[in-house]
Ligand binder design. Structure first.
Ligand SMILES: [Zn+2]
Length: 229
């Protein structure tokens, strides 16, 4: 392991090498490397990249040498995180690609705007600002609606839209506006398929009305006020 970013060095204290990687998985928006002792946890945020190659990538903040491979951690804006944890403690809600039968009852407990509820990683893990816009468009739900105001048929549309949008994005290897790259270093393609996100003023692909942009909870929020009620 070579850590060039001092900010990162602090988060990785306690990580003693060499370590054996026993498993790698995603939990919410985190990428977790289970080691023979403890966990190495990455969150890529806006501009982070984890790239596997034969040589260290140029400009890497940290480089992890595996047997036969080099894992480079890059991040132009230094917002991504890498952290060593003795015990895995991420405080996350259930996964969005698993069983969602718990969702209707959970939504009835909250008056928060449905968009902000879905972004709350402690409620449901792994949905970010891009995908929440596309999910609510697919479900035809106004992002400002209180979670507990959704009718049963609207909740069912949401339950269908969440895995549909996320799986479609995964098939297209994610959304790349600038820095996002998959593990092989290639950009995603889902940005070509976005219906409302960052399309303010453009015609709604379903009805032709102009896509709106508002701020909700400090985040840019895109929707069609004709299709999303
Ligand atoms: Zn529309």
């Amino acid at each position: 392991m070579e850590v060039t970013d001092p900010k990162l060095r602090r988060c990785l204290t306690g990580l003693r090498l060499p370590r054996r990687v026993e498993g790698v998985w995603r939990r919410g928006k985190y990428i977790v490397f289970a080691l023979d002792r403890g966990f190495l946890v990455f969150h890529l945020r806006m501009t982070g990249q984890l790239v596997l190659g034969e040589e260290p990538a140029e400009g890497a903040r940290a480089v992890f040498r595996l047997e036969g491979w080099v894992l480079s951690f890059l991040d132009r804006r230094r917002l991504a995180t890498a952290e060593y944890m003795e015990a895995l403690d991420l405080e996350l809600g259930p996964e969005p690609l698993g069983d969602l039968s718990w969702l209707p009852a959970a939504l009835r407990q909250s008056r928060r705007p449905i968009k902000l509820w879905l972004l709350d990683q402690r409620k449901i893990a792994g949905i970010g600002n891009i995908y929440v816009a596309e999910i609510l468009f697919a479900a035809g739900i106004d992002p400002r609606r209180p979670a507990n105001s959704l009718r049963p048929e609207e909740v069912q549309r949401l339950v269908r839209a969440i895995p549909t949008i996320l799986k479609r994005a995964l098939e297209h290897r994610g959304t790349t506006f600038s820095d996002y790259r998959d593990a092989a270093g290639a950009p995603g393609e889902f940005q070509e398929l976005l219906q409302v996100y960052q399309r303010a003023g453009e015609p709604c692909p379903r009805c032709g009305a102009s896509v709106q942009r508002i701020e909700l909870g400090g985040r840019g929020t895109y929707f069609c006020s004709r299709c999303q009620k």
